[in-house]
Design a protein around this ligand. Structure first.
Ligand code: ADP
Ligand code: MG
Length: 396
């Protein structure tokens, strides 16, 4: 367990806080979804209440090491100010003499938001001189950016060589606690629902969780890679052909350990990924030529719902179909409703899965919604997150 902001002296101290304000902006450059900003408010408010002087740092988008006006954190600063109901100044950069003077001039409870860290290539390169410059702004380091904890960048790892103490914020603490509870101390039956587009990122999770999970429910495009390894015809469905071997090995491991790993029994198939596609429900797991699987079918949905209703612990990552198109959204929505109704301890991760749960209006009824898809998958693969490893251990 890691030390948190609750265990350090904050009064009058400049706290360099790595947050995840990588939020979507609309066509007018305004924040279109402020979930990630809201998620870190408890940490920011705690620091303000305890007399810290706050220097917040984040990346936004992929500016590739160059300043990009469309990826400035200014609109984020405005949204944060209205959520906090107090002024937030946005610096013109994240390093340099001007920024340093602004940081030093902060009074207790003042908030300074640095400009996009990724306007400097040194951020992702974890360049030492850049780490020192960031470190010089603060007197202690706080990481509350769960969404980037799986990256070893200057602001998530390198900075801690030059800035101590280095502790977790309240959001990072809550995310880690929810995931930790899945792996250690969950109640059975434990059901893992995996879907979405890529087998590659998720197969490691299946392997790591084989000892813990009672039933895997597989949907989404990743199901077709598995079905193909079992010589079921998949038509034009999305398949990762370079993962067929790995998928076959995973199926074999599941069988050896007598883990119940379910693949779709039927599908909603379409001729193309479009709202006006000609569609048909298949009779069994096979997809006819000229069609692609775009959602789980009604028999699969009913079978999966029954498993979910009996679960005590649920992990869900990845939609069951192309839920962005209404015609292929029913499977994902039914699963979301079943998870919400199950009363199980549930953890949901993955940007698209979380979006689907919000679209279904069910977010309030889900136990824990992860703010970091990639980071939660890495954790569940059993990997240590570098941004977490860099923090001070809790004493005793
Ligand atoms: P998450 O963001 O929740 O981790 P992914 O990014 O792995 O999920 O996958 C989400 C994407 O998978 C969505 O854009 C969805 O349209 C797509 N998808 C799901 N099922 C299928 C399918 N059968 N064929 C093609 N794409 C699919
Ligand atoms: Mg996604």
């Amino acid at each position: 367990m890691k030390k948190t902001i609750k265990a350090v002296d904050l009064k009058g101290k400049r706290a360099f806080v790595r947050v995840d304000f990588n939020v979507p902006l609309d066509d007018n450059g305004q924040v279109s979804d402020d979930t990630r900003i809201r998620a870190t408010l408890p940490t920011i408010e705690y620091l303000i209440t305890h007399g810290a002087r706050l220097i917040l740092a984040s990346h936004l988008g992929r500016p590739k090491g160059q300043p990009q006006p469309g990826m400035s954190l200014k609109p984020v600063g405005e949204r944060l100010a209205s959520l906090l109901r107090r002024p937030v100044s946005v610096a013109s950069d994240c390093t340099g003499d001007g920024v340093r003077q602004q940081a030093e001039a902060l009074a207790e409870g003042d908030v300074l938001l640095l400009e996009n860290l990724r306007f400097h290539a040194s951020e992702e390169a974890n360049d030492e001189a850049f780490c020192r410059e960031l470190a010089a702004l603060g007197e202690l380091y706080v990481n509350d950016a769960f969404g980037t904890a799986h990256r070893a960048h200057a602001s998530t790892t390198g900075i801690t060589k030059f800035l101590q103490p280095a502790v977790a914020g309240l959001l990072l603490e809550a995310e880690l606690a929810a995931l930790h509870r899945l792996l250690h101390g969950h109640e059975s039956p434990f059901v893992a629902i995996l879907g979405g587009v890529k087998v590659s990122g998720k197969i490691g999770v299946i392997d790591h969780l084989l000892e813990k999970v009672d039933t895997f429910l597989i949907g989404g495009a990743m199901a077709y890679t598995f079905l193909k390894t079992k010589a079921v015809s998949v038509g034009n469905s999305l398949v990762e052909d370079d993962r067929l071997d790995v998928a076959a090995v995973t199926l074999k491991h599941a069988e050896e350990r007598k883990v119940d790993l379910r693949l779709p029994l039927d599908h909603l198939a379409g001729e193309k990924v479009a709202p006006d596609a000609k569609t048909a429900v298949t009779e069994g797991p096979a997809i006819p030529e000229g069609f692609m699987g775009l959602d789980i079918g009604p028999t699969t949905t009913a079978a999966y719902k029954e498993v979910i209703a009996g679960a005590k612990t649920i992990l869900w990552n990845g939609p069951m179909g192309v839920f962005e198109i209404e015609a292929f959204a029913a499977g994902t929505r039914a699963i979301a409703e079943a998870v919400a109704a199950s009363g199980a301890v549930s953890v949901i991760g993955g940007g698209d899965t979380v979006a689907a749960v919000h679209a279904a209006g069910l977010a309030d009824r889900i136990g824990h919604i992860c703010t970091g898809g990639g980071a939660s998958l890495k954790f569940l693969e059993g990997e240590e997150l570098p941004g977490v490893a860099a923090l001070n251990d809790r004493e005793g």
